[in-house]
Design a protein around this ligand. Structure first.
Ligand code: 13P
Ligand code: SF4
Length: 356
């Protein structure tokens, strides 16, 4: 691993000072599978009816992330962001959880509900960000920083969570870091943009792992500037994983972006925001699946992508057909070894108890 510098100041983020670690060998984003074809309206209606019937027969609950295709979100019992889905998975009374999201999210459900059956409709639903750090790399990092507290975004495998002190999601990362005693050094991973955002918000230097999500890293500051010029009355909503989130903080500080119109939010936070804002238009910097719940929440407003083509191919491996097959054929089971699950549960439960 490469240590570039041991110190940052609260005013300068890890990205600016270069005080970050890169996974070695650096794992380039795995190319996501090609996007499947969408079914027509009749097939959607038939499959949805079959899925609802199977859900009742099998005492199952369908949890779907906000990036899922619209027809999967519409047939789900619950849709939400990572935090909302974790809380729902922990509290459901259903015997089976069918998780329409990516693998680390389904693993989190299994960790929180070890006695339940957790199914994922497509085994290719990975995450390039979660793949950017391994449990061994976290162990090595801890060995080099024995007094530090490890804070990891939930976009990590259960093995990595087992090495972690606190998990965070995009909606609670600032609150969780603020709850950690101030004198404690923090190792934060694996998303460098979220890490840099948290440093700025908490005014607290951290050591940040240099991982990124290939979808969000592709949303660049130049995209925002042009959009803001074209839509002066719009609210700007940015997911903290975006490549533009840290520069947006700079623009805010310099007065180049109106702070009253710029919001750095989780996907769930975006849905809540549009319900109470009076803006006629919203520029949205995150994966395009979010447009479906945003339009449902505020059908009279206009939503504009900050950049075209921000699509997570991993999320899109889940289809209505795949979901029906998973329920009908009882596949694919998500398993976490009990000794790993026991350790991985601790940082997730700490997170939920701080912000749940
Ligand atoms: P949220 O928790 O904001 O839904 O984000 C999850 C994710 O994977 C973002 O890419
Ligand atoms: Fe992972 Fe990025 Fe897809 Fe979210 S959008 S699931 S972080 S690859």
């Amino acid at each position: 691993m490469t240590h570039v510098s041991e110190t940052t100041t609260p005013e300068r983020s890890a990205i600016e000072t270069g005080d970050m670690l890169r996974a070695e060998p650096y794992m380039l984003p795995v190319v996501p599978p090609p996007l499947p074809e969408s079914p027509g309206p009749e097939e959607i209606a038939d499959l949805s009816a079959e899925i609802r019937e199977l859900t009742a027969q099998k005492n199952a609950v369908i949890l779907a992330h906000n990036y899922q295709v619209p027809e999967v979100q519409d047939v789900a019992d619950y849709t939400g962001d990572s935090l909302g889905l974790s809380i729902e998975a922990a509290s459901t009374s259903a015997e089976r959880i069918v998780f329409c999201g990516v693998h680390f999210m389904a693993e989190t459900a299994k960790v929180l509900s070890p006695d339940k059956t957790v199914l994922i409709p497509d085994t290719r639903a990975g995450c390039s960000l979660a793949d950017g750090i391994t449990a061994q790399q976290v162990r090595d990092w801890k060995a080099e920083n024995p007094d530090a507290v490890v804070v990891m975004y939930v976009n990590t495998t259960a093995d990595v969570k087992a090495e972690t002190d606190y998990c965070v999601t995009s909606s609670n990362a600032v609150a969780v870091v603020n709850a950690i005693p101030h004198e404690k050094e923090i190792l934060f991973g694996p998303d460098m943009f979220l890490g840099s955002y948290v440093e700025k918000m908490t005014k607290r230097p951290m050591k940040v792992w240099m991982g990124e999500c290939h979808v969000h890293a592709g949303i660049r500051p130049a995209d925002l500037q042009g959009m803001l010029d074209d839509h002066p009355g719009a609210d700007l909503m940015i997911h903290p994983e975006c490549g533009c989130s840290t520069s947006a903080m700079e623009y805010l500080a310099c007065g180049d972006i109106d702070p009253d119109r710029t919001y750095i939010l989780s996907t769930g936070g975006m849905i809540e925001h549009v319900k109470q804002s009076d803006a006629p238009e919203f520029i949205v910097a995150t994966e395009e699946g979010i447009f479906h719940p945003l339009r449902k929440a505020a059908p009279d407003r206009t939503f504009i992508p900050a950049t075209e083509g921000a699509v997570c191919g991993f999320m899109k491996t889940i289809t209505l057909r795949g979901l029906r097959d998973a329920l009908r054929d009882d596949k694919y089971h998500v398993e976490v070894a009990p000794e790993i699950a026991e350790r991985a549960r601790i940082p997730i439960e700490r997170m939920i108890s701080i912000t749940g």
